[in-house]
Design a protein around this ligand. Structure first.
Ligand code: NAD
Length: 423
């Protein structure tokens, strides 16, 4: 593949896909991994995370051939474009990549560069592990009870972008269709209206739920919970739970996966549940927000439509200490784009003060995905060791009296020291 303004590193090799359905890869000792540092604090946390991930790869006998790519502000500087083809093509070609946050300017004329990237690369599952790191201040009494992974559908629901602005000819056409042809003649209030459409498809649902179940099987988790509002939105969210349960029943053997919707679960005494099976059950989204706080340890893997996933994953992140440490990744078929949950925090940008933990731990997800389990474990342990010893950036230092506040780069140095010591 030819690139316009970026070089393919000569010292690395691409990660090769063996089987797209099962996310199996052939990973060379020095894989080429595209990296986008990102806007705002991305300029601080991006290079810091890159150093830590390089050190972790080296400490486990490997190397990474990083390939710098550009978008957002750096894209405009280098290419005069927000999202250059080079960047999208590199992420597509090399299968796994990591990015920092991108700013979406107000009135930019596009929804978000992040959404554009996820759609272009068909990264349909947004995954966020939410677990407690010792030493992180949390508002909860027992934050360590949370050890959950959320799978949020990334391509449809009300986020698909099918909506019409009030006052336009189109919105009036849609209103007319809904009222006159579909028979909802007394549902939409009179006067100006904005209308959006919420598609939930069998394809979108089943591939997401399958990713969540596969993850549970691979990572020895006992339960996957489908979170939906099917009691109200029967033909979209209700259908999500039905299709999700169909996957659980049809795509796996009874020994592997046991489908237990609420209706069945109430009669659990009458049901023979195979001992080692992953159980797939369901919860209504509003109640789930409550259970997540009151019965935290009962939930392991959640699979959700887009909007539920957005709300629930942020709420879960708050329980274990917030944005500076929350990692994430977007997955497609044999494809991964790791990215921290946080944005570009422009107020703190360029001050060498932001917390690079979220981006470092996003890299850990990438390592896990390509089978570098030892490197994934090592980087997590090194981060936890650093934070619990009291070496933290400003955001975590605020609520800890015993901590030493360090800069982004000093924190990365401390994590690297721990990587080398624990290797
Ligand atoms: P934000 O996450 O950038 O910042 C909110 C606040 O959280 C910050 O002011 C800061 O106090 C704190 N924070 C976030 N990350 C931190 C870190 N690493 N270390 C320490 N503190 C941290 O959210 P926002 O202000 O709503 O968004 C700013 C811009 O980022 C917007 O343009 C938005 O569109 C974009 N954004 C991008 C992504 C992405 O690229 N995936 C995600 C969210 C927001």
């Amino acid at each position: 593949m030819e690139f316009d303004k970026i070089e393919v590193p000569a010292d690395g090799k691409p990660v090769e896909v063996i089987d797209e359905d099962t996310d199996e890869f052939d990973v060379p000792e020095t894989p080429i991994i595209p990296i986008l540092h990102g806007d705002g604090i991305g300029n601080d946390v991006g290079p810091a995370a890159q150093r830590v991930l390089t050190a972790t790869a080296e400490a486990t006998g490997r190397d990474i051939a990083w390939m710098r790519v550009y978008a957002g502000e750096s894209g405009r500087e280098k290419y005069d474009e927000n999202l250059p083809d080079d960047t999208v093509n590199a992420m597509r070609e090399f299968r796994v990549a990591i990015k920092g946050p991108l700013t979406t300017p107000v009135g930019a004329g596009y929804r978000s560069l992040n959404v554009a990237l996820r759609q272009t690369l068909d990264l349909y599952a947004n995954v966020r592990p939410t677990y407690y790191l010792e030493g992180v201040p949390s508002p909860m009494k027992a934050p360590e009870e949370m050890n959950m992974v959320t799978f949020r559908e990334n391509t449809e629901d009300v986020y698909a972008g099918i909506e019409w602005e009030e006052g336009t000819e189109e919105v009036e056409q849609v209103r007319e269709f809904v009222e006159e042809e579909m028979g909802f003649d007394d549902t939409i209030h009179e006067g100006p209206v904005g209308i959006g459409i919420k598609p939930i498809t069998e394809k979108g649902t089943k591939r997401l739920v399958r990713k969540a179940i596969d993850y549970a099987l691979e990572h020895d988790r006992d339960k996957v919970t489908l979170v939906h509002k099917g009691n109200i939105m029967k033909f979209t969210e209700g259908q999500f739970s039905e299709w999700g349960m169909e996957v659980a029943k049809e795509a796996y053997s009874d020994e592997e996966v046991f489908a237990a919707p609420n209706s069945l679960w109430e009669d659990q005494d009458e049901v023979d549940i195979p001992e080692d099976a992953v159980m797939v059950d369901e919860r209504i989204a509003d109640a789930m927000l409550q259970w997540m706080q009151l019965k935290t340890e009962d939930y392991e893997v959640l699979a959700m439509p887009n909007l539920n996933g957005d709300y629930l994953s942020d709420a879960a992140g708050a329980q274990i200490g917030g944005l500076g440490i929350a990692p994430g990744a977007n997955f497609g078929d044999a494809r991964c784009l790791a990215e921290p949950v946080h944005g570009s925090a422009p107020r703190h940008a360029g001050k060498n003060k932001a917390n690079p933990t979220a981006m470092i731990l996003s890299g850990r997800l990438l390592f896990d995905y390509i089978g570098w389990k030892d490197a994934a474990g090592l980087v997590r342990d090194a981060v936890e060791e650093t934070i619990s010893a009291g070496t933290v950036t400003y955001d975590l230092a605020r609520d800890r009296e015993d901590a030493e506040k360090v800069s982004t780069s000093e924190y990365a140095d401390a994590v690297i020291e721990n990587v080398e010591r624990l290797a």
